[in-house]
Structures are given as C-alpha cells and as structure tokens.
Design a protein. Structure first.
Length: 181
C-alpha cells in the first residue's frame, strides 16, 4: 500500500566537483540532461513542491552544504552545477553512500513534511537513482523518476535501471514536461 501525501522533488548528487575517476563518463550525460534538470527545478519551485537536495559529501565531513556548493562551483565543470544550485527555500541532506536514505535523516524529514511521493532526478541513473528508488519503494513511498532528468555513466545500464525501477518497484517513469506538479 502506497503512502498518501504530498510530493517532493528529490535532487540527487547534482552538486558535484567532477574530480572522480568516472567523471568523464558522467559529464557528457549531465550536459545532455541539464536543460531537463533546470526545468524540473523550475516546475517544482513554481508549483510550491518541496525541493530536497540529497548530495554526496565527497568525504568532506566537516563541510556544510554551502561549502559543498562552493567546492563544486570552483571545480572544472562549474557550468554544470551553477544552474542547479539550491535556492533559499530548498532543503539539503548530506549523504555518504549511494542511496538518499542510507543513514540520512531523509525518511524522517519526509514523514515530518507529510510527503508520500518522491520525484527523483539527478545522477547517476544506474547507481544512486536506482538505489534510492529501491529504498523509497521498500518504505512504501510513491516513486516517479524523471527519465529525461537523470544522468548516467553507462547508457545501457541506465536503460536497464529505468526498466527495473518501473517493473520491479512500480516507479512511474515520465519526462519533465509531462510532470504534473
């Protein structure tokens, strides 16, 4: 039984320094997905939908979200980060592993805010987005994945991950422009 409640746009790992071993594989996909990501943020904000960034801390345990944003904006691909920077209304949760739920306060935050539907976007489809969708599903949350707003490392694995989310987890796959906020 799915939990009723409001929706939130969960923006996964878009604050990125792109200085990791597989960054070259990811950058091309992020460039392609950037327009849809910015439209998703604009649509959610315009409608009053809660926007929650859940982002890797890149091992910077003493950092807070502003420092993570500053590091990403100083990185080699700041142009991929700048349009996606959190605004003053956005919430920000730091994570250390793939899933947005793993040892983070996100589940508690969603419960406190009456959110029963997570709309996922960000990176990477075949890793963090997939694991987050699974963890949302096992928590009986409704899951939507904005397929044109999730970047990948490997296109074939991303396609398989999207099919798994839809078939195995009951996730709704849609494009940003078809999303009803």
């Amino acid at each position: 039984m799915e939990r009723a409640g409001r929706a939130a746009l969960v923006v996964i790992d878009v604050i990125n320094t792109y200085d990791h071993p597989d960054a070259d594989l990811l950058v091309a996909s992020v460039r392609e997905k950037l327009p849809a990501l910015t439209r998703a943020l604009a649509g959610a904000r315009r409608s009053g939908t809660e926007v929650i960034y859940v982002n890797d801390n890149f091992g910077r345990w003493r950092s807070h979200h502003d420092e993570l944003v500053d590091a990403a904006l100083s990185g080699p691909h700041a142009e991929l980060v700048e349009p996606l920077v959190p605004d003053e209304e956005s919430l920000f949760v730091v994570k250390a592993r793939h899933s947005v739920f793993y040892q983070t306060p996100l589940e508690y935050l969603l419960q406190q805010e009456g959110i029963g539907h997570v709309v996922l976007c960000g990176q990477a489809t075949e890793q963090c987005v997939l694991y987050s969708a699974l963890d949302a599903h096992i928590r009986h949350l409704e899951v939507t994945v904005l397929r044109d707003a999730v970047a990948h490392l490997h296109a074939d694995l991303a396609e398989a991950a999207l099919r798994m989310m839809e078939r195995n987890m009951g996730a709704r796959l849609t494009d940003v422009d078809a999303m009803r906020w």
